[in-house]
Design a protein around this ligand. Structure first.
Ligand code: ADP
Ligand code: MG
Length: 346
């Protein structure tokens, strides 16, 4: 299970659910754990419908994230993904239309990124101990070669018409780890909007969507932590109706002989990514795409990564740790969102 993330910090103008009276200035806050991570929902309620109404809407948004977790979980025996992975070899497994859509999206995104983000490489993530099975250890060359050959969407058959999926070999596994959180964030934001709550922030372990405003700024403010100094911000951004997704290598990895093995696997090499990227923040139209793009940048590296991000009309901010210290790279339009608080102590 993934640990609670601390990459994103929210500037302290937010009120909590309990202990404060609802009013036009109030930001309601609700935290819980789902999908193996920390989830935070904030609502700036200008509808004046009151605390009870907002609380109910937020609870049903929480149910939505749990529903998605049950659908895509690698651990829940009843989830669509678990059923595909455990029974799908040469046998059709019926799944929900949502799972078909998700897999088609993942397959398309895989093609768009030249295979950098591949949700059908779950067997490779397992092999290095970052999936459901396996130990965090270096596998044999033979095992890497076998799993490389078996992995990928070429080995997954998606029958959209009949809503069913089949796997072409025993090894290939689906793992939506790089995009499921983003998808869930988008779904929660949609749920809240259906309840008439248009000013919301949803954060699932660093995958954030900011709808409308916090009531004080032209959007919501998000701080991106400085890897040089965990108590400082690298910068902060203000966004409205956009996703801000941060992914980094300083949280989930293992060390062997002084070498760091990241939880992001390069599906082309069958090995953990090894480059100087420490963290990537992507700003995009929706959290699923921003989530997938953040993983893409880590795999493809800064140069290619920025091109991929820009081709999806998104922006990114990359922090790299090089022998000459920390370096930053930004896509062309990123600074539209930044403005203040750089290097501010928190
Ligand atoms: P974070 O945990 O930083 O939010 P990501 O959103 O990038 O990370 O997702 C990491 C997860 O995605 C891994 O735990 C694994 O399940 C899966 N994964 C790792 N490498 C890839 C890859 N190249 N393509 C698709 N999924 C990946
Ligand atoms: Mg991702």
């Amino acid at each position: 299970m993934k640990m609670i993330k601390n990459i994103l910090l929210f500037l302290p103008f937010v009120f909590c659910f309990s202990g404060c009276l609802p009013g036009p200035e109030t930001v309601f806050k609700h935290n819980f754990t789902a999908m193996g991570t920390f989830v935070e929902i904030k609502v700036y309620d200008e509808t004046g419908r009151g605390a009870e109404y907002v609380r109910r809407a937020v609870r049903s948004a929480e149910d939505e994230i749990r529903r998605i977790e049950r659908l895509f979980s690698l651990y829940d025996e009843n989830s669509d993904i678990y059923r595909i992975n455990s029974r799908g070899f040469e046998r059709w497994v019926e799944v929900s239309p949502e799972t078909v859509e998700m897999l088609e999206y993942a397959k398309l995104f895989c093609a768009k990124t030249g295979g950098a983000v591949d949700a059908a490489a779950g067997n490779l993530f397992d092999l290095w101990g970052f999936g459901v099975k396996g130990e965090k250890a270096i596998p044999s060359e033979r095992a890497i070669a076998d799993n490389l050959k078996a992995a990928g969407f070429k080995n997954v058959v998606i029958d959209r018409e009949n809503g069913r999926i089949k796997l072409k070999n025993r090894l290939v596994k689906i793992d939506l780890g790089a995009i499921a959180k983003g998808y869930a964030v988008d779904a929660v934001v949609k749920k809240l909007a259906e309840s008439g709550l248009e000013n919301t922030l949803v954060n699932a372990g660093g995958d954030v969507y900011c709808a409308g405003t916090n009531g004080k700024d032209d959007g919501w403010r998000i701080g991106i932590r400085n890897p040089k100094d965990k108590r400082a911000l690298s910068l902060s951004v203000t966004v409205k109706n956009k996703a801000v997704v941060t992914s980094g290598d300083y949280e989930n990895f293992f060390l062997r002989d002084g070498e760091k093995y990241s939880h992001i696997i390069d599906p082309g090499a069958g090995r953990p990514v090894s480059n100087d990227i420490t963290s990537v923040t992507v700003i995009g139209a929706d959290a699923r795409t921003a989530d997938a793009l953040a993983t893409a940048v880590i795999v493809a590296g800064a140069e290619k990564g920025i091109k991929i991000v820009e081709s999806e009309n998104a922006e990114c901010y990359i922090i790299m740790e090089t022998p000459n210290g920390f370096l930053e790279r930004k896509s062309k339009g990123f600074d539209i969102f930044t403005g203040y608080d750089a290097d501010k102590k928190i």
